[in-house]
Design a protein around this ligand. Structure first.
Ligand code: PCA
Length: 217
């Protein structure tokens, strides 16, 4: 019997004073589900620069995914935010969950400056809009643990033919927004549905759609 291709779907544990991380809540609810003929394997990564890398590398070895999608909380963003690029720099505004606060250090010494997502980000955007979910293409994943992981997943699979990687940032949950005045939020059900739509699209579409979704500034 041939093994169906796998999707490695990662979420993070809570950080920055929050008691939950919506990325893990959404991701764990999709463990074992299928999307576009792929089986989803959900893995939690710690919000720690060093330990998240180790956990990612272990998961890549064990799952041998065809698609890797990282998911992280971006409090303050209002939409499902499909990241276009990950850059080779860690510049932490707050310490990570292990107390580390790298400033202007590379994710991978001597690695390239950046990696573009190899998932069909425009097709994913179009599919999310079609499904009635607010979504956007983002041109920065920040310089904290999410960017670090988005960069690392591209770097560590760069020589593996057929492996595609990308990252999606998600808003706070309504529960969290209660204590953050003016912060937008999105329900867990919408995030979960959006991730499934994004993954189905990623699994089915090899050549990205041509759709203007850039930013002027
Ligand atoms: N968001 C953080 C790290 C973990 C998470 O969920 C980030 O955007 O870097």
């Amino acid at each position: 019997m041939t093994r169906s291709p796998h999707i490695l779907l990662t979420g993070f544990d809570p950080f920055g004073g929050e008691t939950i991380n919506p990325s893990w809540e959404a991701v764990r609810s999709l463990h074992g589900r299928r999307a576009g003929g792929h089986r989803i394997v959900a893995v939690q990564l710690p919000t720690e620069f060093a330990a998240s890398l180790k956990a990612l590398r272990r998961a890549l070895r064990e799952v041998r995914p065809a698609i890797v999608l990282g998911v992280g909380q971006a409090g303050g963003r209002s939409r499902l935010s499909i990241e276009r690029v990950a850059i080779n720099v860690n510049d932490a505004r707050i310490p990570d969950n292990a107390g580390a606060q790298p400033v202007d250090e590379p994710v991978v010494a001597d690695g390239p400056a950046a990696y573009f997502s190899s998932l069909p980000i425009k097709a994913m955007l179009a599919a999310l809009r079609e499904a009635g979910l607010p979504a956007e293409v983002s041109n920065t994943a920040g310089t904290y643990v999410c960017n670090h992981i988005a960069y690392a997943m591209a770097h560590y699979t760069a020589r593996q033919r057929g492996v595609r990687t990308g990252f999606v940032h998600i808003p706070f949950l309504p529960d969290q927004a209660v204590t953050h005045a003016h912060a937008p939020s999105m329900s867990l059900e919408d995030v979960r549905r959006g991730l499934l739509v994004a993954l189905r699209t990623a699994a089915r579409v090899q050549t990205d759609a041509r759709l203007a979704a850039g930013a002027i500034s």
